[in-house]
Design a protein around this ligand. Sequence first.
Ligand SMILES: Cc1ncc(C[n+]2csc(CCOP(=O)(O)OP(=O)(O)O)c2C)c(N)n1
Ligand SMILES: [Mg+2]
Length: 318
Amino acid sequence: MLSTPVHDHAEWFQSWRMKGLTKGRRSHNYTYVHKHALAMDPSLTVQQLNRKSIQYRKTVLSIIRHGGAEHTGGSLSSIDILNTLYNRILRLSPATFQGANRDRFVQSKGHSVEALYTVLADRGFFPQSELETLNRFGSHFIGHPTRHVNGVEQNTGALGHGMSFAVGSALAAKLDRKDFRVFALLGDGELAEGSNWEAAMTAGHYRLDNLVVIVDRNGLQITGPTEEVVQLEPLHLKFEAFGFAVCECDGNSIPELLANLESVPFAAGQPSLLLAKTRKGCGVSFMENSVRWHHRVPSDQEFEQAIQELEKAEALLI
Ligand SMILES: Cc1ncc(C[n+]2csc(CCOP(=O)(O)OP(=O)(O)O)c2C)c(N)n1
Ligand SMILES: [Mg+2]
């Protein structure tokens, strides 16, 4: 671990100014993704993607522990979705990120930013070493996505805004006769925000078949099960009523995610909605399906146990 305490802001900021954001920092083994994939690689196999998911999970836990805060459960639930999108689906790379015809990805559940940062680093949007500045005073890597970080399409974190932004972008593509697609990732608890339904109604009205909304359906909110906080079911019928073509899959299964996301739009002339059934905290036994891990930081012992479990899972990959 780094020697600088998380809250020693003044000292750290001074050294950051002196050395540049990351140059000269002590190197240590807190990230587990060893190679940057600079362009989307359609030849990546399911097995390679499965391995990436495990490596991503280890990195997510490491940067959360090092940063001393953030959202553990929701980052782990959505990592397979981000892995599939960024490595196989999105027509997007660091080289094309400013291009008008790039696919757009909006992470509306902005609190799961550690998952997004981890995947963006692996895809080469910024050096892996910058992840270690998470939550440090003066760093752009704060607890919710901002456009100061290369690769982030939209500032998010106040829940309920991402789908509206995505609908606007998809509508702009139609008006400008461009063929990019817009993907948005939402939390299921986030759907309690009424603004989502206004956006959904608009997407249906304009028949935005270049829009793909993915709901990370892990069943948990910040304080408990979604069905107890604000009932969502029957969710697929609600989206269908708003004009979406709806599919469901295991959102922690790379093959199922690939099969669905490679077949968008699910129906011509309709926006697509993928209900990705995930496990909050996926990959670590004692974090799975536990509301306690919404934004808990692992202790040293919990961290070691989690890494051991993930390494065991990695060793079992053929
Ligand atoms: C407008 C708004 N209200 C409240 C919050 C606080 N908040 C952060 S995460 C969260 C729960 C979100 O649950 P869900 O969308 O299911 O996320 P996930 O389970 O994927 O972590 C809440 C209420 C917020 N970020 N924005
Ligand atoms: Mg949830």
